[in-house]
Design a protein around this ligand. Structure first.
Ligand code: RUQ
Ligand code: CUA
Length: 700
């Protein structure tokens, strides 16, 4: 390793001081060393004091960000059980944001009063009260032509079978959809190359539609499924009215991936329990995990999505909970679904950048299996298949297999770089294998190149752009489920570990650069996009902006027209916020009043966010510059509630407060308000009550 570090010409003085090398050989190196001479003594001293190896020093130099310098890459990582999405800069591995998605998040005012967010969370719960967590697995950036376009992000919740849409103009969740037919998902979210569809594959087979059937009726009544959500890019929402699902046999489906380029229009999903084991040791059955690992082969599901969409559009579906589902027998009759044997409890299926190969890893098989899309098509055309027990045509393994590469123990997930290499995580080995792709990527491929240890129990890995048609390469992040000895143990529950690995030059060994502990498990998958692909708002484009409609709110409170309007027991407050003042500062209401309260943040300066916290009413808003937000409550507790700005926005931030006085006596009509704040009588303004359909799509 030292020889490699030595080639790094910015370091010679450091390395000399470390006693690690001969003097720099090249003139160029000497000039660079001279440029850094002022710091080198001290740097060498620090390196020695901190017992840093030459590799450590290189890693530090590759990841350190001087204050104010921005990261080149942005990683969107699943927040696991937090139900959020983490936004992390690379190469520094600094956490930039946790986007509230399935779980309330108070700092962002996500689910703490803000009407928009409450409605998204409520409709996204599919009518179940009190669902306040999500198990996020797979973030998926929107794509155009198979490459990340930086516009939207999707993510699934395995626990409740849900899919969310995040708009990357403001990094806020805009929609959550409860899957109408399944109770758990896993093969989502993955997008088709132009984001026409967001794929959400199921996980554990169950009676579709959430109905009851005893597990003894498995073969008759339990089913798998995959849902194809149609994305309407112009609206920035999934449109459930043109989405559909496909019924699958009750083989627990696992991950999916969308075809691209030559395989565009096809979808590939794994399964891992073609044994149809159900567990039930207490009833004399084998335990689920061993029952599900009996067969040598499970099935890769190969789905003709384009044709399936036509079948769904023609109405050749059954309705389950009102949602169109292509029945299994229709899928077979219409030639929409094929199976391919895949070895031993597969987990990941990943489509190569040109769309020509599908790489599958069997957790209990030390090799990855590479299938050729062309061979699949040939086998389908030649009619070379036999039906499985549900009548699904099974293609011949040897006819469609391109290669198998022995990579190590417990292979899970594969990603690709820009040099024709593939990377596979090895859960049991706690390592990442780099292997060379075969033709047309490399004439002499399909072989293992090298491995790097990771710490520990790696699940997914992600390469920058590594699941697109044009991987950027350069960095790989291993998402490790265990960290064991890597960090100070904050009790018996340890952080998980995101490890940054340099893969920029296939001629150099992969090099570990950084360990990022993350105290919110389990990170599952992540995607890395170039930062310059993202064009987030600096402030909302206009004052009075409604992030729900991504347009100005016609009823937004306006400076100079702040007021409190009462109509019987209905009170509507129009408030503005600006450093360091809320207008009005006093609001007098009565117990039992129904209150609708709007606030506009008038600020135009970047980062001039105000909060709005009301004690006892569980309200905390985050009002970003220009934003208008609305909350509602019934005044069921009387007393005086000092609201305050919950962002330290200015020197007089603590003075940015006001008083909500809730009189215990019921309202008798118009109540006195401070004279500067006109009080009107009249109809409460209904227009702002944005209609939200049950599926979370705005009707207006
Ligand atoms: S996975 S267990 Cu993506 Cu490996 Cu969810
Ligand atoms: Cu506004 Cu603190």
């Amino acid at each position: 390793m030292r020889a490699f570090a030595l080639r790094f010409f910015v370091l010679p003085l450091v390395l000399v001081a470390l006693g690690a090398c001969e003097p720099p050989k090249h003139q160029e190196a000497q000039e660079h060393a001279a440029a850094g001479a002022g710091l080198s003594d001290r740097a060498a001293q620090v390196a020695a004091e901190r017992k840093l190896s030459p590799d450590d020093v290189v890693a530090a130099l590759q990841t350190f960000m001087p204050s104010g310098r921005h990261d080149d890459y942005i990683m969107f990582a699943s927040g696991g059980h937090s139900g959020q999405v983490f936004v992390i800069g690379l190469p520094s591995m600094r956490l930039l944001r946790s986007i509230g998605v399935f779980t309330p998040e108070p700092w962002q005012g996500w689910g703490y009063g803000s009407e928009e967010t409450m409605k998204i969370l409520e409709t996204g719960s599919g009518g179940r009260k009190g669902l306040s967590w999500g198990d996020t697995h797979h973030p998926a950036l929107s794509e155009t032509g198979g490459a990340y376009d930086g516009q939207f992000l999707f993510i699934n919740d395995k626990a409740q079978s849900r899919v969310a849409v995040i708009d990357l103009r403001d990094f806020e969740t805009k929609q959550i959809l409860k899957n109408p037919i399944s109770t758990s998902d896993h093969g989502g979210t993955m997008v088709t190359p132009d984001t026409d569809y967001v794929i959400e594959g199921g996980q554990y087979a169950q009676p579709l539609g959430g109905v009851y059937a005893d597990i003894k009726e498995w073969k008759e009544k339990y089913r798998g499924e995959v849902t194809f959500w149609k994305f309407d890019r112009s609206k920035g929402r999934i449109d459930p009215s043109v989405s559909f699902a496909m019924e699958l046999p009750p083989y627990d489906q696992d991950l999916c991936d969308a075809g691209k380029k030559e395989s565009d229009g096809w979808v590939f999903c794994n399964s891992f329990n073609t044994e149809q084991a159900t567990g039930g040791v207490e009833e004399g059955n084998p335990p689920l995990e061993s029952g599900a690992s009996q067969r040598d082969m499970d099935y890769l599901h190969v789905i003709d999505l384009r044709k399936a969409a036509e079948v769904a559009k023609a109405g050749n579906t059954v309705k389950i909970n009102g949602f169109p589902v292509i029945a299994l027998k229709t899928a077979i009759a219409e030639k929409l679904l094929y199976f391919i044997p895949e070895p031993k409890s597969p987990h990941g299926v990943d489509v190569a950048p040109r769309g020509d190969y599908m790489v599958v890893s069997g957790k209990l098989d030390p090799q990855v299996t590479v299938y050729s899309f062309k061979k699949m098509q040939d086998a389908i055309a030649a009619g070379k298949y036999k039906p499985d027990e549900y009548g699904v045509p099974v293609l011949d393994f040897d006819a469609v297999k391109e290669a198998q590469v022995e990579v190590g123990l417990g292979p899970l997930h594969t990603q690709f770089d820009n040099n024709g290499y593939a990377y596979t995580s090895l859960f049991l080995d706690s390592a990442v294998a780099r292997w060379k792709m075969g033709p047309p990527y490399h004439p002499d491929g399909w072989k293992l190149d090298s491995k790097i240890s990771v710490h520990y129990n790696v699940g997914h890995i992600t390469v920058a752009g590594g699941d697109t048609v044009e991987p950027y390469g350069k960095y790989l992040v291993a998402l490790d489920k265990w960290s064991v000895d890597r960090f100070f143990p904050p009790g018996p529950l340890l952080p998980q570990n995101l490890q940054l690995v340099d893969i920029s030059d296939p001629a150099r060994p992969m090099q570990l650069l950084y360990d990022m502990p993350i105290g919110n498990g389990e990170p599952h998958y992540a995607q890395i996009v170039k930062a310059d692909k993202l064009k987030p708002f600096k402030v909302y484009p206009e004052v009075g902006w409604d992030p729900g409609t991504m347009a100005p709110d016609p009823n937004a409170p306006v400076a100079g027209k702040e007021r409190v309007v009462r109509n019987g027991q209905d009170v509507e407050v129009f408030m503005t916020a600006v450093r360091s003042h809320f207008t009005p500062e006093h609001v007098r209401i009565h117990k039992g009043d129904r209150v609708v309260w709007h606030i506009t943040n008038l600020e135009r300066a970047q980062d001039a966010t105000h909060g709005f916290a009301v004690p006892q009413y569980n309200i905390n808003l985050s009002l970003e510059p220009g934003e208008t937000d609305t909350f509602r409550f019934t005044a069921d507790k009387d007393g005086v509630f000092t609201w305050y700005c919950s962002e330290f926005c200015s020197a007089l931030h603590l003075e940015m407060a006001g008083y909500l006085m809730v009189n215990p006596e019921n309202a008798k009509g118009d109540e006195g308000q401070p004279s500067k704040v006109p009080t009107e009588k009249g109809e409460p303004n209904k227009k702002h009550e944005k209609e939200v359909r049950a599926d979370g799509v705005h009707a207006n």
